[in-house]
Design a protein around this ligand. Structure first.
Ligand code: GLN
Length: 463
């Protein structure tokens, strides 16, 4: 079949079913059709790029030239970006076809995609349940079969947790691996873009064009460029017909990741998956990491602090929504920001501004930065005894949208994912089964810096 057939198939499916799921904010069907036709012609002329003509879609946090880029917020409800994020350009260059922009929690702050200005997103496995967040649009669109692959971003779990809630694989690469240029900033020292798909190999395909040093992002790092697909294929060939393809792999398991608050069925499914890993030849070793409650507090100090600074640019003058008929400049700032930002974003700005304010800076911000160093060191120490660390991705399966979680309860759901961002490590979530209610559960694999290939290969050999 042609790229145009494939593109038409997905557009038809989106048109028929997305009214129930709400995964897209913007559709780019017309340009997608034209690009698909062009891709078919290039293919006919012998262009063998693996991703040529393959449909996908971007989380609406990535700037797309000439296309609405809202970040899930009223603040950017009419922002048509004049330029592309580097990853958008790179994915275009790989020949992929973008079907549009995907829904998300406002400014990527949230864990269930209920805070979007464009309405809550539903989980395709059960429409009464949330898809996770903040990349809930990316996860639900892939899980619903609207697109085979999606981009997403992860500041504290926003790729891994929705992948877990929607039965997908999602990878957050090492901090600095993927350019942040053109990715609307939430917490710059934690934000990282990555890919989501049905399998580790699918994630590898999309991640490949995303990685690499970018002179336009000062935090992107020059590093060896792996070929993820080649690495997976080689590992597979090496494993051959062995019934122990993972022999030699040491999986670290920390009791801190199996503590209070972990749902019994999630616990059981993750432990069963670890048993399966052992059956495939891996050994499980005990490791210790920083108490997740401390990690959680550190994250919810630092992320809002950085957010409050990043979001100050949306003042209704230089950037963003502007209120009607302001009385004076203060009224303009106040009302533009009060009307343009939703409640969760305002809460984060308040928390962050408080932590950064003169009298509290040392007590909160500086202290959190010190604890961040300890978290990094604890991971380093743990990796002296293992190759990867495994844990549940989230303490629960997808909950009901009607539960309408208060913020503090929602923050607790990030307990297993945020340490990875504070340490800048790569991690993925892979599906390991369904609960008795038929909801997916994910296992998180954390790697050492730059070891995305090891994670993808391990997850692939497990599947
Ligand atoms: N749920 C976390 C938060 O709200 C993580 C979000 C993210 O990774 N973008 O901050």
């Amino acid at each position: 079949f042609s790229s145009l057939d494939l593109t038409e198939h997905f557009i038809k499916r989106i048109d028929a079913l997305d009214s129930k799921i709400n995964s897209f904010i913007t559709h780019t069907s017309e340009t997608a059709r034209a690009q698909a036709q062009a891709a078919d012609e290039m293919r006919a002329q012998g262009d063998m790029r693996p991703l040529l003509g393959v449909p996908m879609a971007h989380k609406d946090i990535f700037c797309t030239q000439g296309v609405l880029t809202t970040c899930g917020s009223k603040m950017l409800h009419n922002f048509v970006s004049p330029y592309n994020a580097t990853i958008v350009t790179n994915i275009d260059k790989a020949g992929m076809i973008s079907l549009g922009k995907l829904n998300m929690d406002e400014f990527a702050m949230g864990s269930d995609t209920s805070s979007s200005y464009y309405g809550a997103v539903h989980n395709p496995w059960n429409l009464e349940h949330v898809p996770g967040g903040s990349s809930g649009g990316s996860a639900s669109a892939v899980a619903a079969g609207f697109i085979p692959l999606a981009t997403a971003s992860d500041t504290g779990g926003s790729i891994r947790q929705p992948a877990s809630f929607c039965g997908l694989t999602g990878i957050k690469p090492t901090y600095g691996r993927v350019s942040r240029f053109g990715m609307i900033a939430y917490a710059s020292s934690l934000d990282q873009a990555g890919s989501m798909g049905r399998s580790a190999k699918d994630c590898a395909y999309l991640l490949q064009p995303m990685i690499g040093h970018d002179p336009r992002d000062a935090t992107s790092i020059k590093h060896d460029m792996p070929d993820y697909i080649q690495d997976i294929n080689e590992a597979e060939a090496k494993a051959g017909n062995s019934d122990k393809p993972l022999a030699g792999l040491r999986i670290g398991v920390a009791k801190e990741y199996f503590g209070e608050g972990l749902d019994a069925e999630v616990d059981q499914l993750v432990r069963a998956a670890l048993q399966q890993y052992e059956d495939l030849g891996a050994t499980v070793v005990e490791v210790t990491i920083t108490d997740p409650e401390i990690t959680l507090a550190t994250y919810y100090m630092l992320a809002p602090a950085e957010a409050s600074s990043n979001l100050s640019r949306f003042d209704g003058v230089r950037f963003g929504y502007r209120c009607e008929n302001p009385k004076d400049l203060i009224d303009l700032y106040t009302r533009s920001r009060s009307e343009g930002f939703g409640p969760e974003v305002q809460r984060r700005i308040l928390m962050g501004t408080y932590a950064l304010s003169a009298g509290y800076f040392d007590a909160y911000y500086t202290k959190a930065q010190k604890i961040r160093r300890i978290i990094v060191k604890d991971f380093d120490d743990a990796f002296k005894n293992c190759d990867v660390i495994a844990s549940p991705t989230a303490p629960t399966p997808a909950y009901k949208l009607s539960e309408n979680l208060d913020s503090a309860t929602m923050y607790l759901g990030d307990v297993y994912t945020i340490g990875v961002n504070l340490a800048g490590l790569p991690a993925l979530s892979q599906p390991v089964g369904l609960t008795s209610e038929g909801l997916p559960v994910g296992l998180q694999l954390i790697g050492q810096h730059w070891q995305e290939s090891e994670l993808l290969t391990t997850a692939h050999l497990f599947q």
